[in-house]
Design a protein around this ligand. Structure first.
Ligand code: 5GP
Length: 114
């Protein structure tokens, strides 16, 4: 399977602004931010889409949200508010086939999204 852009970042084959990393997860700035804070919380395990989650991924997905919460505090948007999003497949706007949780904030976000 061809490496995703995120696997290349995890392997340091391409650069990224890394905010946090542990054995399971890496957190980077989105290269094309849609808000003052737009970071990506990415599991190191390659899971193509949310449709591919299995029972063994339950803890991992929970950790992504725990890290999102911590990052929201670190970037001081925990009180003002923020959004966490997983996009899935074409209609959901997924462009990288490696699940990742977007953390977006630092401005008033529109709802519903387009
Ligand atoms: P998706 O559209 O799949 O939900 O989100 C993929 C995100 O990855 C997009 O917001 C896009 O801007 C970001 N992205 C794509 N390529 C790169 C890259 O090379 N580096 C970083 N840091 N982000 C990327």
């Amino acid at each position: 399977m061809k490496k995703t852009i995120f696997e290349k970042i995890i392997l340091r084959e391409i650069p990224a602004n890394i905010h946090f990393e542990n054995k399971d997860v890496i957190v980077i700035d989105d290269i094309n931010p849609t808000a003052p804070i737009h970071i990506l919380i990415i599991p190191k395990k390659r899971i193509n889409t949310l449709n591919d989650l299995t029972d063994e991924d339950t803890n991992l997905v929970g950790k992504l949200f725990q890290i999102a919460k911590d990052m929201a505090k670190k970037f001081n948007i925990n009180e003002s508010g923020y959004r966490t999003v997983f996009n899935c497949n074409n209609d959901g706007g997924q462009s990288v086939d490696h699940i990742h949780l977007h953390l977006i904030g630092g401005r008033l976000l529109n709802w519903p999204p387009g």
